[in-house]
Design a protein around this ligand. Structure first.
Ligand SMILES: NC(=O)c1ccc[n+]([C@@H]2O[C@H](COP(=O)([O-])OP(=O)(O)OC[C@H]3O[C@@H](n4cnc5c(N)ncnc54)[C@H](OP(=O)(O)O)[C@@H]3O)[C@@H](O)[C@H]2O)c1
Length: 245
């Protein structure tokens, strides 16, 4: 699929990696980009990148009724980028760890599932298209400093595989993106080198164009996936020292 002329929909587009997706899509020649955020007020800077091509949309990915209404209006979408996500640190034994885990699952897993259920028929009507899910290296190995986030991203990895199989007959390409640390608000406290959000976005657009199913956009991600060729247990031990303080 050529990015030139596509119609894309990006969740969590007001900042971080989502905003970088909008920038990269504009640069690559997308004809229309629906930039979604819970509050459209937070999208002013994003729309200013290319006001003739960027359409601001109010969307909370935990609200299936709102998602359904938005999918009916955005009926020309050919690429859906499920970027919105949350991370609550603190380990599994803090006072609010169960509520944190529910919030992460509701947003990262169920939010993405709602989006895909609403947009799969739209993509089918438009010829198949692509779905991009923002996973993480934490999808394949639990990082205890954000353990319940890792669990939600592992669930999303499994969902990505299932959706890929279920939507193959309608010609929808399903891509998983597995970043390591990226320089956004979410990774503020992570004591590792971070790549710029635009690198994640550019690597993803290249994968869409080349028909690649999995994206490892940075050195940490590439190292993890190389290490996974070795026994999985060794990788688990590599992260086991990253405990909550
Ligand atoms: N940063 C990293 O190191 C890293 C690594 C691997 C994967 N990722 C993944 O990349 C994606 C983007 O993360 P980021 O680093 O750009 O984080 P970020 O700067 O914290 O941005 C998160 C985005 O998600 C939106 N969001 C949160 N809850 C939402 C909801 N219920 N409905 C709609 N939007 C919601 C936020 O909107 P508000 O402004 O309204 O809160 C914001 O736009 C996430 O899925 C994350 O898990 C990030």
């Amino acid at each position: 699929m050529n990015i030139q002329g596509i119609v894309a929909f990006v969740t969590g587009a007001n900042r971080g990696i989502g905003k970088a997706y909008v920038e990269a899509l504009v640069q690559a020649g997308a004809s229309r980009i629906y930039a979604a955020a819970r509050s459209v007020e937070t999208l002013k800077d994003v729309v200013a990148i290319a006001p003739d091509r960027i359409v601001p949309v109010a969307l909370d990915v935990t609200n299936p009724d709102q998602i359904q209404a938005v999918a009916e209006k955005a009926s020309d979408v050919t690429v859906l980028i499920n970027n919105a996500g949350v991370l609550g640190a603190g380990g599994l034994f803090t006072d609010h760890s169960v509520e944190t885990a529910q919030w992460e699952m509701t947003t990262n897993y169920f939010g993405t599932l709602y989006m895909i259920r609403a947009f799969a028929p739209v993509l089918q009507r438009n010829g198949g298209g692509s779905i991009v899910n923002l996973l993480s290296i934490a999808s394949v190995v639990n990082v205890p400093v954000f353990s319940s986030y890792s669990a939600s991203k592992a669930a999303l990895y499994s969902l990505t595989q299932g959706i890929r199989a279920e939507l193959a007959p309608q010609g929808t390409q399903v891509i998983g993106v597995f970043p390591g640390p990226v320089d956004t608000a979410m990774a503020e406290g992570v004591p590792l080198d971070k790549i710029a959000p635009i690198e994640v976005a550019k690597a993803t657009l290249q994968a869409i164009e080349q028909g690649i199913e999995e994206v490892y956009p940075d050195p940490v991600s590439q190292t993890v996936f190389t290490d996974l060729q070795a026994p999985l247990k060794a990788v688990e031990k590599q992260f086991a020292g990253m405990l909550p303080q």
